[in-house]
Design a protein around this ligand. Structure first.
Ligand code: 13P
Length: 272
């Protein structure tokens, strides 16, 4: 499976930031193109981001309302994001859960709203430092994910999960390979149990202090389907380095798959 290399600009970006997006789009155009690239930007930039990206990368929002329309001053619906040209939207980012008191149930409704509007939802989950220290990260992340999924699983077509340990966001600290593998495997098992084969198709991204220097060590881990990048997505030079690393890992995976000898069917083997 190809990777999803996604950026989250958070509350960064005035008009002049679009220059970075142009440079990312130019790079994505010349890259091998074996992976999907998505940049989630503030709602004020979506239409212009779509215009300058020239179709070489997907553009997403960072949050959406539960409702499609109505008397909700200041809120932006998934339909509005779609109308502005977005392909995807992040829901349940830990910063929204923390600062806007979003519960798992609200996140599930937002993911459903995204699906109904034809947007891919990037559903974020992740444990706190306290949960990590208590040794309950696995169970806590699984419970959070299950409660953050819309009841109608069909609305999840094309969506992804982002595992973002809260203590790794913006801190320069990342979990070790074993911890990432353990969580991603556990989440995959949960998705498969809940959704069967459709659950296998949902990418599980890792997010938290990703840089061009260390992204490779994360992408080579089992069940890692891509990355959600915060700070390093704001500079084309850094984000393009991440796209480049993902291309290298993906191409190496394809070569490995091609070089595995095809077993000769037993009935066609010649006995000496
Ligand atoms: P950083 O990459 O800046 O740690 O942010 C991660 C994140 O929150 C992406 O959604």
């Amino acid at each position: 499976m190809s990777f999803l290399v996604a950026g989250n600009w958070k509350m960064h970006g005035l008009s002049d930031q679009l220059g970075e997006l142009v440079a990312i789009a130019q790079y994505a155009r010349t890259a091998a193109g074996t992976n999907d690239v998505l940049i989630c930007v503030p709602a004020t930039l979506i239409a212009r981001a779509v215009a300058v990206s020239g179709g070489y990368l997907a553009i997403g929002g960072e949050d959406c309302a539960v409702e499609a329309a109505g008397a909700f001053t200041g809120d932006i619906s998934a339909e509005m994001l779609k109308d502005a040209g977005a392909d995807a939207v992040i829901v349940g980012h830990s910063e929204r859960r923390r600062h806007h008191h979003e519960t798992d149930a609200v996140v599930a409704e937002k993911a459903a709203a995204a699906g109904r509007a034809g947007l891919a939802a990037i559903i974020c989950i992740g444990e706190t430092q306290v949960q990590r220290d208590a040794g309950t990260a696995l169970q806590d992340c699984a419970a959070q994910l299950e409660a953050s999924l819309p009841a109608d699983r069909r609305l999840l077509a094309g969506s992804a999960i982002a595992y973002e340990p809260l203590w790794a966001i913006g801190t320069g600290r990342t979990p070790n390979a074993q911890d990432v593998t353990e969580i991603h495997r556990h989440l995959r098992q949960l998705l498969t149990r809940l959704m069967g084969k459709d659950g296998d198709r949902i990418r599980i991204l890792y997010g938290g202090s990703i840089t061009p220097a260390d992204v490779r060590t994360i992408l080579i881990l089992p069940e890692v389907g891509g990355v959600l990048v915060g700070g390093a997505s704001l500079r084309a030079q850094d984000f393009n380095g991440i796209i480049r690393a993902a291309e290298t890992v993906n191409l190496a995976n394809v070569e490995t798959e091609m070089s595995v000898p095809t077993p000769v069917p037993a009935h066609s083997r010649t006995t000496p």
